[in-house]
Write a protein that binds this ligand. Structure first.
Ligand code: HPA
Length: 322
């Protein structure tokens, strides 16, 4: 998949030297070689994809929404839609996971212009990290200010139940701590700073709105907690689940954190929400086995509630540019 990069409008990307780094040495390193192993797409590539999308629709989205496993039905709430398959968008990674349609859908939600990713890509599909997060940078280049990410996860917190929702208070990034981070590699300040802070990863105002929206809808199954990302595709071992609990994680899943880190890097305000689709197995006497069909089935069961909550949240949002 590394070799599948398609550049648009003759834009060539960092590794071909659009920003003057072609073959240059920096601190004794061959920069073009470093780049080809890391951030494969340049600011110009991002901008070119954004410009192409903007030329295809009159929508000017301010809110980007990632619809995770089984939550793609949210796009049915959009009015006046324009959609395009990922495979038709230059440089976009194409979703291969079950339950991920793989379409960008522009439209109006609660009177605000949104762009929805109906399905995402994950590390476990084999995409390099910079490719998984490319759509987030494209959203920013299109004028998006706020990122709303949804996903499915396994519940670790013993007070949670299948079908509960959890608003992200924070995350634990196990792949990141082990050296798998989409921001590794040469940093282009046009995207954001070399060392982005993440103590404010999840926007407090947006989280408060999410909780208020849940209360107004009468949802008593919404928590706020800590999400732990792991690379997948395997579900966790019992020992790993026990470790994650000790580390302070309330749920665990295989997505979202790379997108949020990239969103924060380029200045998006981020909100994320998990649907607890299964409880992880923490007991050696248990006969329960994690199963991806259960994930999709719970997604379908809670689909309408998730849609209502995100619709209400979007309604409450005050855009800085409005
Ligand atoms: N583990 C990891 N990812 C998941 C799970 C899980 O139990 N459920 C849904 N996504």
């Amino acid at each position: 998949m590394n070799g599948s990069t398609v550049h648009v409008n003759g834009s060539k990307g960092y590794h071909k030297g659009t920003n003057g780094t072609n073959g240059t040495k920096k601190n004794g390193h061959n920069v073009s070689e470093m780049i080809s192993h890391t951030n494969g797409l340049s600011f110009d590539d991002v901008q070119a994809t954004a410009d192409m999308l903007l030329s295809m629709t009159s929508h000017r989205p301010k809110i980007g929404i990632i619809c995770g496993s089984g939550l793609g039905g949210l796009v049915e709430m959009l009015k006046d839609t324009y959609s395009i398959k990922y495979e038709d968008v230059p440089n976009f990674p194409v979703s291969t996971a079950p339950g991920h349609v793989g379409r960008l859908v522009f439209g109006e939600l609660s009177g605000k212009t949104c762009i929805c990713m109906q399905g995402r890509t994950h590390m476990y599909e084999g995409y390099p990290m910079w490719k998984v997060v490319f759509p987030i940078r494209v959203m920013k280049a299109m004028g998006v200010e706020i990122l709303i990410a949804t996903n499915a996860a396994g519940g670790l917190n013993e007070t949670y139940k299948v079908g509960d929702l959890m608003i992200f208070k924070d995350h634990l990034n196990l792949p990141g701590m082990a050296g798998l981070n989409p921001l590794i590699g040469p940093n282009d300040e046009k995207f954001g700073p070399r060392f982005p802070a993440l103590s404010d990863a999840y926007d407090k105002e947006l989280s408060a709105m999410g909780k208020k929206a849940a209360a107004e809808l009468g949802y008593d199954f919404v928590h706020e907690g800590v999400y732990c990302v792991q690379s997948g595709p395997c579900f966790e071992t019992i020992a790993e689940c026990r470790m994650l609990r000790i580390l302070g994680a309330d749920v665990t899943g295989m997505s979202t954190v790379p997108e949020v880190m990239t969103g924060r890097h380029c200045g998006l305000r981020c909100f994320a929400m998990t649907l607890v689709t299964n409880m992880v197995v923490c007991d050696y006497n248990s006969t329960e086995i994690a199963d991806s069909d259960e994930v999709l089935e719970t997604g379908r069961m809670r689909s309408k509630d998730c849609q209502n909550l995100i619709t209400k949240l979007v309604d409450m949002i005050n855009l800085k540019s409005a």
